[in-house]
Design a protein around this ligand. Structure first.
Ligand SMILES: N[C@@H](CCC(=O)N[C@@H](CSS)C(=O)NCC(=O)O)C(=O)O
Length: 291
């Protein structure tokens, strides 16, 4: 299997030479093959993150959802990705991408959202070549189904996939890469696994408070304390936190596991209004005919 994955990665790497577009690796430690190819192309850059990394946090007010735009602007093609785009704000996001001269290559989801329809399918219909990304464990259709440890490259920057189930079975967190040429401090796009001073509910879509507790403690709270936390939602007006802050002040996840489970059992939240529409649509990345 590993060998198959390596071959797949190598085929993609050879595409980079002709299109200098995307690279996605799985099971290839540090993706060294890609790095060598990029050096041969003369596009590898060691410039500091401030001059090469573009980041925007975007908001959709009806569902209080954050969408994130990331790009490597020192790369000749300015490859970009969106995390958790919302159908209602696709036009805004694509206009911004066009204004900034970026090339969108991935439309990614942290999980199958229950409260809004992802913009992924619409984006694929409007921007040829964009690949949809979600976890394999989500059971969704997408171009790339990712798992723990996968690295998703955009130019010379990359995101690493961490499996953080509990809010849903297939939740993942995307973490910026290791290395001095990657954004510092690190950034973690936690979806609904970890919210600022909160966390995702665990009462549907295969949710489990036990699993969520373990996911956050093993996959997010183990990141460096200054890692920036960027969640998929905020209902109180917060925009960013850090691992250090959440390990000290998160009112749910600082508790012991039994207390946490008790809190989650007694949240008494009503089901998201859009749930019956959103979940089936999001299982095919937002549009039935364009996964
Ligand atoms: N009222 C909203 C849904 C609010 C909600 O349930 N949010 C979810 C994330 S979206 S599935 C959640 O996990 N909230 C945790 C919390 O503590 O609030 C609607 O009707 O859409």
């Amino acid at each position: 299997m590993l060998q198959f994955r390596f071959i797949k990665a190598s085929l993609l790497a050879s595409k980079i030479l002709t299109h200098s577009s995307i690279n996605f690796c799985r099971g290839v430690p540090n993706c060294k093959g890609f790095r060598i190819l990029r050096s041969q192309m003369g596009s590898f850059s060691t410039s500091s993150q401030s001059s090469k990394f573009l980041f925007r946090q975007l908001f959709e007010k009806d569902s209080s959802t954050y969408t994130y735009l990331l790009a490597d602007v020192s790369h000749p093609e300015k490859p970009a990705l969106l995390i958790d785009p919302v159908d209602k704000t696709v036009e805004r996001d694509l206009s911004l991408i066009q204004e900034l001269g970026l090339k969108l290559i991935y439309a990614m989801n942290t999980h199958v959202h229950a409260d809004h329809v992802t913009g992924t399918g619409l984006i694929k219909g409007k921007v040829p070549g964009v690949k949809s990304v979600i976890s394999k464990a989500s059971g969704s259709k997408a171009d790339l189904l990712v798992e723990q440890g996968d690295k998703i490259y955009f130019g010379d920057l990359f995101l690493e996939v961490r499996s953080t189930p509990g809010h849903t079975l297939g939740c993942i967190t995307y973490v910026t890469g290791d290395g001095s040429d990657q954004p510092q401090p690190k950034m973690a796009f936690t979806g609904d696994a970890l919210l600022i001073r909160g966390c995702g509910r665990t009462d549907f879509q295969g949710g489990s408070s036990e699993q969520l507790y373990n996911s956050v403690h093993s996959q997010i709270f183990t990141l460096p304390k200054d890692t920036l936390i960027y969640p998929a939602h905020d209902y109180k007006g917060f925009s960013v936190s850090t691992v250090g802050e959440e390990t000290l002040y998160n009112p749910r996840l600082t508790k012991d596991e039994e207390t946490f489970k008790n809190i989650m059992t007694n949240l008494n939240l009503s089901y998201p209004k859009m749930m019956d529409i959103a979940v089936p649509a999001n299982l095919v990345c937002g549009i039935q005919s364009k996964a």
